[in-house]
Design a protein around this ligand. Structure first.
Ligand code: FDA
Length: 522
């Protein structure tokens, strides 16, 4: 069962079930075959190889099927935690790289960049650059993004040098290809698969799930149930009735019109976010086409008008689809023998690509804390509190994108500017107004901020967002002399000029598996 082998690395021996323990956790049922379900099943097989894992999904209930932009934590999660060979992923899924997000809003005509290296030292110049109007040139990754390049260099004779490993980057994934890949991998790695619609859930006297009943009347018994049933929240919400905490005061969007748009072969190394009349549009590059989606509020715009507006932005858009959603979380993700991961527990609209990031965090929490037996104490309280806090932090960070957006020309944006609830970050806003970047503030003040207004994205993330949106503050002086910044900027410019356009860099990875293998180096 994997004991003693290299796959045992990182496995907590206390989580292995004891012989003859009638309350041992041996059979886990994962309900749902979206990314949440498949990633969970694969993680359980990788880290608890003795578990008998069954994934139950209904082919009659489609997966969300969008959500291709990820965050940097996805890369080590796939390759190190799940042990997925990068070469295999690149062959089967053909991801593109994401170095950050480009926001087409704020006072600067070109908008602003939110690169993943926003926490690097050079972010210190952001404040000064903001005043000089060159807000897009404050880190190496933002320079690469501005020129659609990736840090891969042609050495001649078909040889390439890649610096991808040295910077935080994420993947854009074509969701259909990704889920197909995960499905095949799960079968290879011993995940059982049942195609059935769960029609009924039986509880025991303690209110724990006893068994499931399929539409065909079959009974499915497990020791632990992971609810990955998406917005239906079949076990956590519908069956157990765990209360829901809506984020509507901060995040008012509830629908997306999605489509695909042909591109000319040039691939942007970032996700683009563009303001629209009643929300914003994502543009996510895949190898063959761009995936786009207009996130908006149905209160302010009907479906036809939203589709028409998206078509005006992208006249070649086709394969339109409508996705309805709500932003919020349940009070708990873990109750009794049910743990919910993915949209069944919580969701916020995709402004910062938090869906898959939080799914991986939920999986780490599950694998790290599931006891060997239900007779052992299970740390439900701490997992519930910690994940709820993370979701709340994301809610507040996203709310800043609306409250301080510079658009004022439609009813939606006027409403967003006047009524978006940002109260969770009030202490931080108070400090920001007194001087930014926040990262330059006195360490004691920064410490207070971490305690009173923590944000998932750190102070550098808030600096980037608020300065990028032009929220007034007193700009603090740069931490390094202008001459040394100028020299570093010149060096970065010359490096970027030699970097390959993103599509050529990706092609190098397709033909040189050695470059993929380097991603696995520690
Ligand atoms: P999903 O809905 O995909 O799957 C649910 C599964 O449960 C299905 O397999 C279904 O068959 C099964 N099921 C339901 N009821 C059942 C029953 N009774 N019996 C049996 N099976 C049942 N994330 C991100 O990281 N980056 C992004 O850019 C985006 N963008 C984005 C845009 C929009 C508009 C939305 C709505 C969401 C995103 N996301 C995202 C979020 C991302 O799509 C989402 O988090 C993942 O796809 C995970 O979805 P789930 O697996 O939770 O549910």
């Amino acid at each position: 069962d994997g004991e003693g082998g290299p796959r045992d690395a990182g496995i907590d021996p206390a989580s292995r079930p004891r012989k003859d323990d009638p309350r041992a956790i041996r059979r886990v049922g994962v309900i749902g075959g979206g990314t949440a379900g498949y990633l969970t099943a694969l993680a359980l097989r990788a880290k608890r190889p003795w578990l008998d894992v069954t994934l139950v999904e209904s082919t009659g209930i489609p997966i969300i099927g969008v959500g291709e932009a990820t965050t940097p934590s996805m890369v080590p999660f796939l390759h190190h935690y799940l042990g997925i060979d990068p070469d295999e992923l690149y062959r089967a899924v053909a991801p593109t790289w994401k170095l950050g997000i480009r926001f087409d809003w704020g006072p600067h005509p070109d908008g602003f960049m939110a690169p993943f290296d926003w926490g690097s030292n050079s972010v210190g110049v952001l404040g000064s650059l903001a005043t000089q109007g060159d807000i897009n040139a404050f880190t190496l990754q933002s320079l690469l993004m501005a020129q659609d390049r990736a840090p891969v260099f042609d050495l001649g004779d078909g040889e390439h040098l890649s610096l991808m490993k040295r910077m935080p980057f994420a993947y854009h994934l074509d969701n259909a290809r990704f889920v197909r890949f995960l499905t095949e991998l799960a079968a290879q790695r011993g995940v059982r698969h049942v195609d059935a619609t769960i029609a009924d859930v039986a509880l025991d006297a303690d209110g724990w799930v006893d068994h499931l009943v399929t539409g065909d009347g079959d009974r499915l018994d497990f020791d632990c149930y992971v609810d990955c049933s998406g917005f239906r929240s079949l076990l956590l919400g519908k069956t157990l009735g765990v209360p829901y905490v809506p984020f509507t005061d901060s995040l008012k969007t509830d629908r997306a019109i999605t489509a695909v748009v042909p591109h000319d072969g040039r691939i942007k190394p970032y996700t683009r976010a563009t303001t629209m009349d009643a929300g914003w549009c994502w543009t996510i590059p895949t190898r063959d086409e761009d995936h786009v989606g207009y996130v908006h509020s149905s209160q302010f715009l009907d479906e036809d008008a939203a589709t028409a507006e998206l078509s005006r932005l992208y006249p070649e858009a086709h394969r339109f689809k409508t996705v309805r959603f709500r932003s919020g979380r349940h009070e708990e993700c873990w109750r009794g023998n049910v743990i919910a991961i993915g949209n069944s527990y919580a969701f916020v609209e995709p402004l910062e690509s938090s869906g898959l990031m939080m799914i991986t965090l939920g999986i780490l929490s599950l694998v790290g804390s599931l006891p060997a037996s239900w007779d052992d104490p299970a740390p439900r309280g701490v997992v519930n509190a910690a994940l709820a806090k993370k979701w709340d932090e994301i809610r507040w960070f996203l709310s800043l994108h609306y409250r301080f957006n510079t658009r004022k020309d439609t009813e939606f944006w006027r409403d967003a500017r006047s009524s978006t609830d940002v109260s969770g970050l009030e202490p931080l806003l108070e400090v920001y107004r007194g001087g930014a970047p926040l990262r330059f503030r006195d360490p004691i003040v920064r410490g207070f901020l971490e305690a009173t207004a923590p944000t998932f994205y750190g102070l550098a993330g808030v600096d980037c967002l608020l300065l990028g949106q032009g929220l007034p503050t007193r700009l603090l002086p740069m931490t390094e002399p202008v001459e040394s910044w100028a020299a570093r900027k010149a060096a970065a410019d010359s490096l970027v000029a030699q970097a390959l356009p993103a599509e050529q860099a990706l092609a190098a990875f397709d033909t040189e598996p050695r470059l993929n293998a380097e991603l696995l180096d520690d």
